[in-house]
Design a binder for this molecule. Structure first.
Ligand SMILES: *Cc1c(COP(=O)(O)O)cnc(C)c1O
Length: 395
């Protein structure tokens, strides 16, 4: 028999961490489970006597906890929960707090994925949704009147950039003992903090501005700690969690979140004004920072810093063929059906996010075949305008 080696030298067994000094940047805790020295410490963990400890990844992991706390800080809520994607976060929000027979009142121009979930999946569980124009408080009131337990709206809607009066909707929600969930993906807390206006829960697709580099998929819920604790329990039980690396990437992206949103908002306002001046080629520009936007007054009041976000849309005068030629004429700006990245990108709502809507539904929301949506990036503004000008000439 070979002599027994000291524990330290046994291949494959690590006793020491790489560094005893505190790392400046948070390490990626790429582990699915944690070791416990004895049975008593397991009792300590389960009885809550070991705060800050972890056991198994689905129950919580350090990078996810850090990210949730950081985003909750920006949104000024006590609790924050990270989910596998924006849709994961919406699913958790609904299924952790509603039951069969409960109703939802939702904006009629929510993100396409959210609308599909509400319309095509949840009715199988007897959760039904009434849709309303969220810019009309009377319509929202009517939709809530049938006893809706939750109201869902977006701060800035896609793709026509409508802005609803969150304060007024929060009042309606609370009069009816309903929870107001605001999808703050397009605006981010640097434009608007929905809880300051009375929202109960704030949701983010962290895949967009929060991540900001088109390289991760994540979702977040921010709200009161008891509501978040219940949502977190359901997240663990259903397994809609995000892995350590995406959480780490997202937390790293938070370091520049505000700078990116500020720069893309400033660029977007300039680009919106430029496109509006091109009446020769463009019939409509949709951007809440423009005087011509139907809810500019509301936006000015509830977006206190004069920033209106980095998303805009416009209609080309020469219809679907014009849109096709315009996209082809772009050189460095890509056709990319997502948003919130550092690079300016365009998409075509009619062919992507709203592809499954009927012509009538598209007409009702105001989506044309000539509509281009722009996620304005953080590049030098002049280079963006030059490329748009050139594409208008070539198309
Ligand atoms: C992308 C998006 C979602 C869904 O988020 P995923 O991370 O893609 O699941 C929800 N709401 C809005 C406004 C979005 O833009």
């Amino acid at each position: 028999m070979t002599p027994i080696q000291s524990e330290q030298k046994k291949p494959g067994i690590r006793k020491e961490r790489a560094s005893k000094a505190r790392p400046h940047a948070t390490p990626i805790y790429q582990t699915s489970v944690y070791d416990y020295p004895d049975l008593e410490s397991l009792d300590d963990f389960y009885e809550g006597r070991m705060p800050g400890s972890f056991l198994y990844s689905r129950n919580g992991l350090p990078n996810s906890k850090e990210l949730g706390e950081l985003v909750a800080g920006y949104e000024e809520t006590d609790g924050g929960l990270v989910c596998s994607s924006g849709m994961g976060a919406i699913t958790i929000a609904i299924l952790s707090s509603l039951k069969a027979g409960d109703r939802i009142a939702a904006s009629s121009d929510l993100y396409g994925g959210t609308t599909s979930l509400l319309k095509d999946e949840l009715p199988r569980f007897q959760i039904y949704t009434s849709f309303a124009d969220s810019t009309s408080p009377e319509e929202v009131e009517r939709a809530v009147h049938n006893g809706a337990k939750m109201i869902m709206v977006e701060t800035i809607s896609n793709p026509t950039m409508r802005v609803c009066d969150i304060q007024e909707i929060a009042e309606i929600a609370h009069r009816h003992h309903s929870t107001l969930l605001v999808d703050n993906t397009f605006a981010t807390p640097f434009i608007l903090k929905p809880v300051r206006l009375g929202a109960d829960v704030v949701m983010h697709s962290g895949t967009k501005y929060l991540g900001g580099h088109d390289d991760l998929t994540i979702g977040l819920l921010c709200g009161a700690s008891d509501w978040i604790a219940r949502a977190g329990q359901f997240c663990t039980r259903s397994g809609v969690i995000a892995g350590p690396f995406d959480c780490w990437l997202a937390a790293r992206s938070l370091l520049t979140w505000e700078l990116r949103v500020r720069q893309s908002s400033l660029n977007a306002l300039k680009l919106a004004r430029y496109l509006e001046s091109r009446k020769d080629r463009i019939s409509n520009v949709y951007y809440p920072g423009l005087d011509s936007h139907p809810q500019h007054g509301i936006a000015k009041r509830i977006f206190p810093d004069g920033l209106y976000g980095g998303m805009l849309s416009f209609d080309l005068k020469d219809g679907a063929p014009g849109a096709s030629r315009f996209v082809r004429a772009l050189e460095t700006i890509t056709l990319t059906p997502s948003l919130g990245g550092v690079h300016t990108a365009v998409s075509h709502p009619g062919k992507t996010s709203h592809r499954n809507l009927s012509r009538e539904e598209k007409n009702r929301i105001g989506i044309t075949d000539a509509m281009i949506r722009v996620s304005v990036g953080i590049e030098n503004y002049d280079s963006i305008e030059q490329e748009f000008t050139k594409a208008l000439v070539l198309s």
